[in-house]
Design a protein around this ligand. Structure first.
Ligand SMILES: CC(C)(COP(=O)(O)OP(=O)(O)OC[C@H]1O[C@@H](n2cnc3c(N)ncnc32)[C@H](O)[C@@H]1OP(=O)(O)O)[C@@H](O)C(=O)NCCC(=O)NCCS
Length: 204
């Protein structure tokens, strides 16, 4: 996706050079609590995270590759503040839609000192608009039932609750009750059923 500007933010591609600025957030235990990987312990962890989750997909997209279903696979953005001339300023977090799988799962996080200003709602809204424009039929997001702030972000962005399920969550190996939210961009699209099918403890 191209860079996107909102009222207060710029969403742009990550680069390798972002690792040192991203590391403090990725190593923050509070920020990490609800994220699906362990907190980073050195900048090299953040470098390999960037490569695995974002940079390789940008390269693939630039080489003309797409997801197996034809959709773009580079829906991964750094959330940045907006400078006085509208340029991307300080790195605040990330918002990303999985390049693989059939859930079109979106994840996001902000550095601790960027939380509480509605930035996540602004960034996620912009990413959902991009996904809709790109032809995604729907987007899902899941949050730990204890992560109320994330649930509010989903609601504020127009996603709706569909079902809950209990998962032995890896790699942290803890029991988590997740709530699945979804937003539909195509009329009549069914609720994504993958988590329901994979996790026997599920309910609406
Ligand atoms: C989840 C997260 C992205 C929210 O970002 P944010 O920009 O701070 O969110 P907002 O300021 O837009 O607040 C969203 C809502 O959550 C509420 N909220 C914030 N912290 C809360 C808390 N600890 N408990 C309950 N509600 C909370 C806010 O009041 C707001 O609700 P409102 O719309 O009714 O006013 C941010 O907390 C974060 O990065 N957390 C760590 C990573 C993470 O959990 N990512 C999501 C994984 S599913």
């Amino acid at each position: 996706m191209d860079a996107v500007m909102t009222d207060r933010l710029v969403l742009r591609r990550f680069t390798e050079a972002d690792a040192p600025a991203l590391f403090p957030m990725m190593s923050d235990a509070q920020v990490n609590r609800f994220l699906p990987y362990f907190a980073h312990t050195c900048v090299a962890d953040t470098q390999s995270y960037l490569e695995r989750n974002y940079l390789r997909w940008y390269r693939a997209a630039d080489a003309g590759e797409r997801r197996a279903d034809g959709l773009p696979l580079d829906m991964h953005a750094a959330i940045c503040g907006k400078g006085v001339d509208g340029e991307a300023a300080e790195l605040l977090g990330f918002v990303s839609i999985d390049a693989e799988g059939d859930a079109y799962d979106m994840g996001y996080a902000l550095a601790g000192d960027a939380q509480g200003y509605g930035y996540a709602t602004e960034a996620v809204t912009a990413m959902l608009l991009e996904a809709r424009r790109a032809g995604y039929p729907f987007v899902t997001a899941t949050h730990d039932e204890l992560n109320a702030a994330s649930g509010r972000v989903m609601e504020r962005c127009g996603m709706t609750y569909r079902y809950s399920y209990r998962e032995r969550w890896q790699p942290k190996d803890i029991d988590v009750v997740f709530k699945l939210f979804q937003i539909d961009f195509t009329r009549g699209v069914p609720t994504y059923s993958g988590y329901w099918e994979r996790h026997p403890q599920h309910w609406v």
